[in-house]
Design a protein around this ligand. Structure first.
Ligand SMILES: Nc1nc2c(c(=O)[nH]1)N[C@H]1C(S)=C(S)[C@@H](COP(=O)(O)OP(=O)(O)OC[C@H]3O[C@@H](n4cnc5c(=O)[nH]c(N)nc54)[C@H](O)[C@@H]3O)O[C@H]1N2
Ligand SMILES: Nc1nc2c(c(=O)[nH]1)N[C@H]1C(S)=C(S)[C@@H](COP(=O)(O)OP(=O)(O)OC[C@H]3O[C@@H](n4cnc5c(=O)[nH]c(N)nc54)[C@H](O)[C@@H]3O)O[C@H]1N2
Ligand code: SF4
Ligand SMILES: [Mo]
Length: 707
């Protein structure tokens, strides 16, 4: 971390013989501002300095961010293409790798049709690359089968926002305004560990007297300092939100004028929440009645409040409902579209916002257009230079692609920037799917658990070896800068798409020489869509500390606050959610009597493919474990450090017990950042939300046995 003073700005951070390159952290949606220190002589990265003048993160970074630079020049980086021969990877030239890809793709297309190929994308890439993943799948391979890891991440938030507000922008307000918020209602977000640098806004607000309500089955760090901790049973958020709204209405906390003018369904909502008395809500959620009542009074009396949530409420089979219901709490209070108040989901991955707007999703085209909308198909076909009749139809969601592998429909998969062998639910099914494929390609810069299954591994560049843009969790489009030259023979993902396009006879569709040219095309592709980037230029981003979409023209200021006058729905009104609580996909049974939930720790990122390669982070957290309340542990005679076998309907695994009182007595928690026999996703339930197709990572039923 920095030992330098801020007062002289950037100059003071530069050491003789070094230069600083200003960019953003590669990991979470906070996209913390940072400078990478590069030795001018060797061109090598030697360290990092937080960026104090970045308005969203103000010089704060977390343990992952300050060590991220160590992955750039890491000894395990893949430096050449790899081809599997007799079960072993051997180094190959680009020509050999591309020959093999061309031969197999063309053969499979000939024998089984274009839908035999598939693409599994990811959103740790820049907007420019994410945009091209969709174009590569649809215009080059001609397949309907494309989806991406955001299906496991942001799809329920997206679905809930679309339903409620008509536009899915993760935050309705810019983060620095949070300093002036009077009340934070935070559900299913472990903010201190997962978006650590946003905590500063909470502290600043708390110093001014802001109140904090936390809804989480675990006493996460924010819950420890909360005014009320609603320690709900996993899978009961919709009951809690309905119970809160019951009280807001009963106690007269509704902003009646706002609701009458700007919202639909108020009468239906009143009917629907009538039975969610504190008593009934408490019976379902397991939260004490007094706590629910206290939370409703605090929330109802706060002039400026935000409702914030994350995967805890979204990664459920009722994830879309949960998002719509929690958002409706803010609408009842008239909070959306105003200063220092509103609704926000903590977007997960670095480009989790941008990456979900540009057409990596089975049903989406760039600019948040729909692939089943003929006008959208016509427009995007025009931008791409293809005939609208060539545009493939809607495909299926990420997990459901593995069903298509089992059915023999999908024969080949190109996984780009994701590690589903660790991160998808019910991993044994995923592993089996990979083995069944006739041909598999992975683009990554490390040999991930997924890459191990591939026939060909293509060395992509890391986040520091190419430039472009990302969109942070506020909806602010920002610049990622190139820090060093690509290592070995690695190439940016867009160049890889271009080379494959040329081999498939579609080189004319990928005429780009650099990321900037892609951005210019993408501006036009997004123009007129819900996520309109047309008015955003790289120069503006630089000058204005990022630009918020929608931004339809170069003289438009961008949109830091959403929905000031109207919502994105056809009638301009928000839709209050009228939904009853329903049970999660699995409820405890005598055979599987407890609830398993999964999530994160501060030291690791997602599948761990990057952070498990950083010594400092591994020293802090080398292995997964299971968090358990001492009372539950005593039922099984378990002490801290004992080994247990966990079994669900899918599979079983062994883990070390970590006793803590900071979790419900009926629930256990396992972090998911490890692979193979250490992957908790061997156990998780692949039941999907009916609209978002998001798997229920957060709730399943489990058996505990002492070993
Ligand atoms: N350190 C770290 N930070 C990260 C990441 C990482 O891997 N590591 N990943 C990034 C990404 S992609 C994402 S998506 C975000 C995720 O950020 P978060 O969603 O904050 O993280 P999780 O740990 O998945 O889950 C959050 C909380 O949900 C709670 N929870 C479980 N079940 C329920 C339930 O039924 N209801 C409610 N209300 N809460 C429940 C868990 O106890 C947990 O504390 O983090 C981003 N930041
Ligand atoms: N049990 C459980 N499972 C979960 C979750 C949970 O809470 N519980 N959360 C889910 C969520 S929210 C998410 S986001 C997913 C994420 O899961 P994954 O998609 O598996 O996420 P990563 O580990 O980031 O995998 C990205 C891979 O791409 C590589 N990579 C990074 N940048 C680039 C690039 O620019 N180009 C290329 N080609 N490769 C790159 C990295 O080295 C890494 O191997 O996991 C989901 N799985
Ligand atoms: S909070 Fe997120 S973006 Fe910031 S340093 Fe940590 S991982 Fe990187
Ligand atoms: Mo995520």
């Amino acid at each position: 971390m920095s030992v330098y003073q801020v007062k002289d700005g950037v100059k003071n951070l530069i050491k003789p013989g070094e230069k600083l390159i200003t960019t953003h952290c590669c990991y979470c949606g906070m996209q913390c501002g940072m400078h990478i220190r590069v030795n001018e002589k060797s061109g090598k990265v030697v360290g990092v300095e937080p960026r104090y003048d970045w308005p969203v993160t103000n010089g704060k970074m977390c343990p992952k961010g300050v060590t991220a630079y160590q992955t750039i020049d890491h000894k395990e980086r893949i430096k050449t293409p790899l081809i599997k021969k007799n079960g072993q990877f051997v180094e190959a030239t680009w020509k050999e790798a591309l020959d093999l890809i061309e031969e197999n793709y063309k053969r499979l297309q000939r024998e089984h049709g274009k839908d035999a190929l598939s693409v599994f994308g990811g959103v740790s890439m820049t907007n420019e690359k994410c945009y091209l993943v969709g174009k590569y799948a649809r215009a080059v391979l001609g397949t309907r089968y494309i989806d991406y890891n955001g299906r496991f991440c942001m799809s329920s938030a997206a679905g809930g926002f679309m339903k409620t507000f008509g536009i899915d922008r993760g935050s309705t307000l810019p983060w620095p305004e949070l300093e002036h918020t009077d009340c934070f209602f935070m559900a299913g977000t472990n903010t201190a560990e997962c978006h650590p640098t946003s905590i500063q806004w909470l502290w600043k607000a708390k110093d001014k007297g802001a109140k904090l309500i936390v809804a989480d089955p675990r006493e996460v760090p924010t819950a420890r300092v909360a005014d009320v901790h609603l320690d709900l049973k996993p899978g009961t958020d919709s009951a809690l939100a309905n119970g809160m709204m019951h009280l807001l209405i009963k106690e007269g906390y509704v902003d009646e004028a706002y609701v009458a003018e700007r919202c639909n369904n108020y009468e239906e909502l009143k009917d629907s929440v009538r039975k969610y008395t504190p008593k009934y809500t408490s019976e379902i959620t397991g939260v004490a009645e007094e706590k629910i009542i206290k939370a409703a009074h605090i929330f109802g009396q706060s002039p400026k409040s935000v409702v914030m949530f994350a995967r805890g409420v979204e990664q459920q089979t009722k994830g879309v409902d949960n998002v719509a219901l929690y958002s409706s709490m803010a609408l009842l209070r008239g909070q959306v579209g105003k200063f220092a108040s509103g609704v926000a989901t903590f977007t997960g991955q670095g480009n989790g916002q941008g990456g979900r707007e540009h057409g990596q999703k089975a049903d989406a085209l760039p600019g948040y257009r729909k692939i089943n909308d003929p006008e959208a198909v016509k427009y995007i076909s025009g931008v791409w230079g293809i005939n609208p009749s060539e545009m493939p139809k809607e495909g299926v969601s990420a997990y459901e692609m593995f069903d298509e592998i089992q059915r023999g429909k999908i024969r080949a998969m190109h996984v780009i920037c994701s590690n589903p062998a660790v991160s998808a639910p019910n991993t044994e099914y995923i592993w089996d799917g990979f083995k069944k494929l006739d041909f598999m390609v992975v683009s990554d810069f490390f040999l991930s658990e997924t890459a191990e299954f591939a026939d060909v591994v293509l060395p992509a560049t890391s986040w520091a070896e190419d430039e472009g843009t990302t969109t942070n969790l506020e909806g602010r489009v920002i610049r990622i800068r190139k820090v060093v030259e690509p290592i070995g023979e690695s190439k940016p993902d867009w160049e890889i798409f271009k080379m494959i396009a040329e081999r498939m006879g579609k080189g004319h569709l990928f005429p780009y020489n650099n990321a900037r040219e892609i951005f210019e095309e993408f501006r036009i592709a997004s123009k007129g869509g819900k996520a309109d980037y047309y008015g955003i230029t790289w120069e503006r981003i630089e000058k204005e500390d990022g630009v918020f979409w929608p931004c339809p023209s170069e003289d438009h200021p961008g949109t830091p606050t959403m929905f000031k006058e109207k919502f994105g729905t056809p009638d301009g009104k928000a839709n209050l959610a009228v939904v009853k609580w329903q049970e999660p996909g699995e409820i405890p049974t005598p055979e599987y009597p407890h609830i398993l939930t999964t999530g994160r720790v501060v030291f690791h990122y997602l599948s761990g493919s990057q952070t498990r390669r950083v010594d400092f982070l591994m020293e802090q957290c080398p292995l997964p474990y299971v968090e358990m309340h001492p009372e539950l542990a005593s039922q099984y005679n378990l002490l801290n450090g004992d080994k247990v076998k966990l079994t669900t309907k899918r599979s079983h695994m062994e883990l070390e017990v970590r006793l803590t009182k900071a979790i419900r007595k009926d629930t256990i928690f396992v972090p998911y950042h490890w692979g193979k026999e250490l992957a908790v996703n061997q156990l998780t339930n692949p039941a999907l939300d009916p609209t978002s197709r998001m798997p229920e990572f957060k709730v399943c039923s489990v058996k505990i046995e002492k070993i």
